[in-house]
Design a protein around this ligand. Structure first.
Ligand code: MRU
Length: 360
């Protein structure tokens, strides 16, 4: 199991013999390593909505493959009709999960090809599929770069609190915040990870803990509520998490609980790092309060059992925002594939995007 992700197995990949996308079914981990297969954009939208695949960068690639699948499925249409249909498919896929901007980013990148190219329908479909493959490859390379930058912030002996899942399972391969931690671990730094369980879907306890087992990273799971205790008692040197959307001013929208964790870290002088690819940066939103926050079903909160019984009275109601906003003042630095960005974030994010465009 140790070298599981070092081999040729990825969170999401194209199976050419069957013209379909194969994804690790993240609803089944850690107990079962199962896959979901998608042959249509509708199946992909459902896999995204039900979180068979999840994590911002992985969603970007899933959206791109969803568009390619839609193009491959359309037979006997002319280019104009195909374009119209693909614009509708884009809406379907984007609406499957509204907060992580990578989903929209991946789909819009495909739409640019749809809108710009004057080529036969069959060529457009294979052009879209190639673009999705490129995005998957780019994702891996980007993660390796940002992991190296992130690892440079980690010192030998650090105990780190990590929120949600930001490892291989949240991307195509490798990871963002957990990728940085893994990079530091594999380069000989002694690290101890406190894994926030991350209620209600337990991406920390189920997925991050499972990944730590694969890589041999020493870890313990803590309840989300315990983070304040560990931070205040001086047992933690750093807090690391990813991002689902970063606003122009550096506010980070991430898995619910990130804000409380950052508040507690900031109040206790513990550095807070958000690690993400530039594709997660949304310069169209001035601050985090402008980002739509996905509210998921009450069942995710109420469905948990304790001693074989539901935790709440049978007619209980619940609220379930899946993300929250961490204001940029609480963050020590933002880590991207083009480097570590420090305050003032608004100015430094803008110039880093400008420079990355010049380079690439
Ligand atoms: O609801 P999820 O599981 O898709 O949320 C994922 C997160 O919040 C991750 O922390 C985020 O996407 C960063 S991913 C590298």
């Amino acid at each position: 199991m140790r070298a599981f992700f070092g081999g040729d197995l990825r969170t999401i990949e194209w199976i050419p013999e069957q013209n379909q996308v194969r994804m690790i079914d993240q609803r089944m981990l850690p107990h079962r390593l199962d896959y979901v297969y998608c042959q249509t954009a509708e199946e992909m939208a459902e896999a995204v909505r039900t979180m068979a695949i999840r994590g911002a960068p992985a969603l970007g690639v899933a959206g791109a493959y969803g568009m390619a699948l839609a193009a491959l499925q359309r037979k006997g249409v002319v280019l104009l009709e195909l374009r119209d249909q693909l614009r509708q498919t884009a809406q379907l896929l984007i609406s499957a999960r509204p907060t992580a901007v990578n989903l929209e980013w991946g789909i819009k990148r495909m739409l640019r090809i749809v809108n710009d190219l004057q080529i036969p329908v069959a060529s457009l479909a294979s052009r879209l599929l190639n673009e999705a493959h490129c995005m998957a490859e780019e994702d891996v390379q980007t993660n390796l770069k940002l992991a190296e930058f992130g690892a440079s912030l980690i010192e030998n002996g650090d105990t780190i609190i990590h929120h949600c899942n930001t490892g291989s399972l949240a991307v195509v391969e490798w990871g963002t915040a957990l990728g940085a931690i893994r990079y530091a671990h594999e380069h000989g730094k002694r690290i101890h990870l406190l894994v926030d369980e991350t209620r209600p879907r337990l991406q920390g306890a189920r997925l991050t803990a499972w990944e730590c087992e694969q890589y041999g990273i020493p870890y313990e799971i803590i309840t989300d509520n315990a983070a304040g205790y560990f931070l205040r008692s001086g047992q933690v040197q750093k807090v690391f998490f990813g991002a689902d959307r970063v606003a122009a001013n550096g506010d980070v929208v991430n898995k619910v609980g990130t804000y409380m964790l950052s508040l507690a870290a900031h109040a206790n002088g513990v550095p807070v790092y958000s690690v993400f690819p530039i594709s997660t940066l949304d310069l169209n939103v001035a601050n985090g309060d402008m980002v739509p926050i996905e509210e998921r079903c009450a069942e995710e909160v109420l469905g948990l059992e304790f001693k074989g019984e539901p935790v709440a009275p049978s007619n209980a109601k619940a609220r379930n925002p899946a993300f929250d906003v961490t204001p940029h003042e609480l963050l020590t630095a933002l880590v991207t594939e083009v480097g570590v960005i420090r305050p003032p974030f608004e100015r430094n994010l803008a110039s880093c995007v400008y420079n990355s465009k010049l380079d690439g």
